[in-house]
Design a binder for this molecule. Structure first.
Ligand code: 13P
Ligand code: 13P
Ligand code: MG
Ligand code: MG
Ligand code: MG
Ligand code: MG
Length: 364
């Protein structure tokens, strides 16, 4: 039978403000998933990145399965109830619908899933971010699966030499397209270099084997109002025909800027941290990413290994702090603040509305 890895997440309340989930929510989620082990799911692991509650589950039911999505929804509803009792901040924030209707996609939670035939040994890496949007993965997925200066296996491993296929979603026009690398890498970059609109949904080997899967939900587009950032998740398979574990995580040593941070309205450096540091603090950030590594064995999750809890990532964290200083010095100015086009999905239009009648036309 095939194994499915489902990572489903939502922000259902945090403390203080948008900084971290409450241990009671983590305990409740872990208990509810444990109770479902052996019946609905095979194995589970619960963690958080900042204020986002992350459910990592394995099962044999395939992607987009109603029972699995319902289980995750029930966990979020129960955790939101507890969050409301404690008056946690943003209790129930990401739950945009009142009742479950078959699939959590479009209801607020973020979902990254992949179904695969287990290899003799199947390492996976689960990435979870806070204070940013799904396009944040674009740069890293390109470096991991298409950049030979990053992944040496693309050059020296015969099983990777053919390259990979990228599925890109246009989250504004709601359409998708496939690009094969290396031959179409410039075309791929023409789109994914604009990560607020073009988001890599998955990466496959040329034979169709799934290599990476991301959550592409854009909360504010779904809700039609500002409800924070999407805070995306991603699953990547490593080794034996895929990039090695080290090749997958090495690009995160480059401190790139992503959209999100304070009020979902600013560019900031994407800081890789261990789970112990996955709390958003300074200016509600900076945006964070954690990575948990597992071996999948007959559906069991062997692990986790906290991949960024490591001195090898100290220097990128220092550089992220330096970049934070440079950006924060801009205060309310671009390019720290997002472009006007992207600010449409924040609370800024509410301010502009107040001045609509005070503007006078200039003479021709
Ligand atoms: P090992 O010899 O330690 O298994 O390493 C092989 C490898 O692929 C390292 O990236
Ligand atoms: P979240 O999406 O993580 O809740 O962030 C919202 C926010 O406004 C942070 O300043
Ligand atoms: Mg929040
Ligand atoms: Mg277990
Ligand atoms: Mg969040
Ligand atoms: Mg959010």
């Amino acid at each position: 039978v095939k194994t499915t890895v489902s990572v489903i997440k939502a922000d259902v309340g945090s403390l203080p403000g948008h900084s971290r989930t409450h241990p009671k929510l983590l305990e409740t989620a872990a208990r509810m998933l444990k109770e479902a082990e052996g019946s609905i799911i095979i194995d589970s692991h619960v963690t958080h990145c900042g204020d986002d509650l992350e459910l990592i589950m394995t099962h044999a039911k395939g992607e987009d399965n109603e029972e699995i999505h319902k289980l995750a929804w029930n966990v979020f509803i129960e955790c939101a109830r507890i969050a409301k009792e404690m008056k946690l901040y943003g209790a129930g924030q990401d739950l945009l619908a009142d009742a479950f209707s078959g699939n959590v996609k479009g209801m607020g939670p973020g979902v990254a899933e992949m179904e695969f035939e287990e290899r003799g040994s199947d390492p996976i890496l689960v990435f979870m971010a806070d204070k940013t949007e799904p396009g944040a993965w674009n740069y890293f997925l390109y470096r991991i699966f298409a950049d030979p200066f990053s992944t040496s296996g693309l050059v020296i491993d015969p099983s990777m030499h053919d390259g990979f296929t990228f599925e890109v979603h246009d989250v504004i026009a709601k359409r998708k397209i496939l690009f094969n690398t290396p031959e179409e890498s410039y075309s791929l970059l023409a789109y994914i270099g604009a990560p607020s609109r073009y988001v890599i949904k998955c990466v496959r080997k040329r034979n169709g084997m799934i290599a990476a899967s991301t959550s592409t939900q854009r909360l504010n587009l779904m809700a039609g109002r500002y409800v924070g950032k999407d805070d995306p998740v991603m699953v990547i398979r490593a080794q034996s025909g895929f990039p090695s574990v080290g090749e997958v995580i090495d690009p995160f040593r480059t401190p790139i800027l992503v959209a999100g941070w304070m009020r979902g309205s600013h560019h900031g450096p994407f800081m890789p941290v261990g789970v112990c540091d996955a709390n958003c603090t300074a200016f509600d950030g900076p945006p964070r990413v954690i990575c948990l590594g597992f071996q999948v064995s007959d559906g069991k999750l062997i692990g986790p290994a906290d991949m960024f809890d490591d001195p090898a990532f100290d220097r990128v964290r220092d550089r992220c702090c330096e970049l934070s200083d440079v950006l924060r010095a801009h205060g309310p100015f671009e390019p720290h603040r997002l472009s006007l086009e992207e600010m449409e999905y924040t609370t800024l239009p509410g301010v502009e509305k107040q001045f609509e009648n005070r503007w006078e036309d200039l003479p021709e």
